[in-house]
Ligand binder design. Sequence first.
Ligand code: ADP
Ligand code: G6P
Length: 477
Amino acid sequence: MASSGSADLVIVANRLPVDRVTLPDGSQGWRPSPGGLVTAIEPILRANEGTWIGWPGGTETEDELEPFEDDGMDLVPMAMTATEVEYHYEGFSNATLWPLYHDVVAKPEFHREWWDSYKAVNQRFAEKAAEEAAEGATVWVHDYQMQLVPAMLRKLRPDLRIGFFLHIPFPPTELFQQLPWRRQILEGLLGADLVGFQLSGAAQNFVRLVRQRVGHKTHRDLVYLPDGRTVRAAAFPISIDSAGFEELARSEPVSERAVEIREALGNPRKVFLGVDRLDYTKGIYARLRAFAELIEDGELDVEDAVFVQVATPSREQVEQYRILRDDIDRLVGRINGDLGKIGQPAIAYFHSSYPREEMAALYRAADIMVVTPFRDGMNLVAKEYVACRFDNGGALVLSEFAGAAEELRQAWQINPYDINGMKAALLDAYQAEDRDLTRRMKAMRKQVMEHDVAAWADKFLEELGALQSSHSKSVRP
Ligand code: ADP
Ligand code: G6P
């Protein structure tokens, strides 16, 4: 067993919550990392005192990176070489696993050298976790970039409680089978005591695959390993710091900024809003087309309605993301060229990342929030919008293929592949009466405010804690 460190809770994720950037004056600075994983996990670590192991972006070497404290969190930065960024991060994580796990919306690529790099990076992260964790500590491993860490870590430190949570969808069995390294991935995950997914269907897929591909005995949500260990797979739908978002949305500066945003847009009757990482799974192209067609059909007028699309730059070295960026640039240009008027573009498009205050102001300024992924593990943007609407106003148009659709039943749910259906829903939300909006928003708010990310983490950690003690007593079928 490796010698142990001092952290009682260790988070392992590909990314740290902060990303290293070069500032305009050439000096190095930090900014919040993109994406839902960081939004969700950061408040948990702050509340629990623990250590977060992850990559700070870039290609600094190990000697240039020292552990540091940020806003009460102990951060341990992990170096990646330029080749590892290309093979492990851009390659295996984001050009193999990401499209495969999102319904092959883009075609996954399989390359053996990418896989080798994924293994090597996972091994290094596991070794670091083994070094940082105290005797008997809990290590919580996150997401698709780190699926081998649980088994690698267990080998080094059998004394630990190991949890794993997958933030993205777990694919249907038929798609997962395409992966040349399917068995190794399953065995990697089985190093955890508790494997968490967003939805129960995903947990069931996983258990079925383990039975079929690895040949272990399973019963309901339990997997029985030959060494006597039991692994549980279950759903834990993730959430946000709901009260934190509401508080931000209620604050004076955010309220003022929301009014300013509407004014800057020319005070249209209704503001549509899309907020996403610029990712091909999010259905941005289809939604903008649907909106433009409503104007072309004469159902909407640019004097009355504007679509604000905010897209965070993401994974810009990966080819599919470059293609998407060009496609969206061209589409927005064409729509505004054809349909906009002076001072009144049909689409206000921003390719940039904003502070949380600005996001909250945008949510408050928007009448119709449009969330249309082809597939999404949860989609926290939808929950953030709901949390910010303490006025019980605003409409949510939500893809039925987002995990959030299981909880946010009162949204206008759409199939993003069905453009006409999407157009009808956008129009219906646009024309909805206040009474209808209030009724729907109240119900969705109840769900989001009562199920926040603190409750999610408590439940996961509690069940992880309860498991180990019951393992020895568990009866095998
Ligand atoms: P994903 O994890 O796939 O990016 P989610 O919707 O679950 O999708 O999470 C996205 C997170 O990133 C949310 O917390 C959202 O507020 C944040 N976000 C998205 N776009 C921007 C942006 N342009 N600026 C700042 N934050 C953003
Ligand atoms: C999603 C994934 C995260 C990832 C984030 C940002 O939320 O689930 O694991 O960190 O997107 O993507 P990036 O590639 O920039 O880390």
